[in-house]
Design a protein around this ligand. Structure first.
Ligand code: CMP
Length: 143
C-alpha cells in the first residue's frame, strides 16, 4: 500500500488546523499509520529540506519549520501521494484552488500550513527521517 509523509507546519498547529487537516484525509478514506506532535531540530530540518539548500528562501524555511511544534504523520492508501498533494493545493497559496487546504486556509508561500511528499521516493525518504518502523501501525488485523 502506498504511503506518504504529511506534516502540519507550525502555522497550521498554532492556528488549530491540525484536526481539520486530519479530518479531511480521514474522510477521503486514507488510513493514518503514524502520528506525533514534535519540535523539529535545525539538523532534522536541514535533512528534510536539503534539496532547497542554497535557495534564497532556505534560511527563512528552516527558521519557520523549527519555530514551533509540527504534527508529523504517515498516511496510506491508493495513490495517496498524488491525491494528498491535490487535496493540499498548489505550494503557493495564492494559486491554490478553493476547496484545497492551502486554497482555504493559507495566504503566503512561506506559511502554507501543510507539507506532503511530492513523490513515492520522497515519501520513503521523509517517512524514514521522521519515523522509526516501530512507530508505524499495521492495519492488517483491524476489522
Ligand atoms: P513544502 O511543500 O514544505 O516544500 C518546500 C517549501 O519551501 C514549500 O513547501 C514552501 O513553503 C517553501 N517555498 C518554496 N518556494 C518558496 C519561495 N519562493 N519563498 C518562500 N518559501 C518557499
Amino acid at each position: 500500500m502506498e504511503r506518504t509523509y504529511v506534516m502540519v507546519k507550525p502555522d497550521g498547529v498554532q492556528r488549530n488546523l491540525a484536526g481539520e487537516i486530519i479530518s479531511r484525509f480521514e474522510k477521503k478514506g486514507f488510513q493514518l499509520v503514524g502520528l506525533k506532535l514534535m519540535q523539529i531540530t535545525p539538523e532534522l530540518a536541514g535533512k528534510h529540506y536539503g534539496e532547497h539548500e542554497g535557495k534564497p528562501f532556505y534560511g527563512e524555511l528552516i527558521d519557520f519549520i523549527t519555530s514551533g511544534p509540527v504534527v508529523a504523520m504517515v498516511w496510506q492508501g491508493q495513490n495517496v501521494v498524488s491525491v494528498i498533494r491535490n487535496m493540499m493545493g498548489k505550494t503557493n497559496p495564492a494559486e491554490a484552488a478553493p476547496g484545497t487546504i492551502r486554497g482555504d486556509y493559507a495566504v503566503f508561500m512561506g506559511n502554507n500550513v501543510v507539507h506532503g511528499s511530492d513523490s513515492p521516493e520522497s515519501a520513503e525518504r521523509e517517512i524514514n527521517l521522521f519515523f522509526s518502523p516501530e512507530e508505524l501501525v499495521d492495519y492488517k488485523k483491524a476489522t
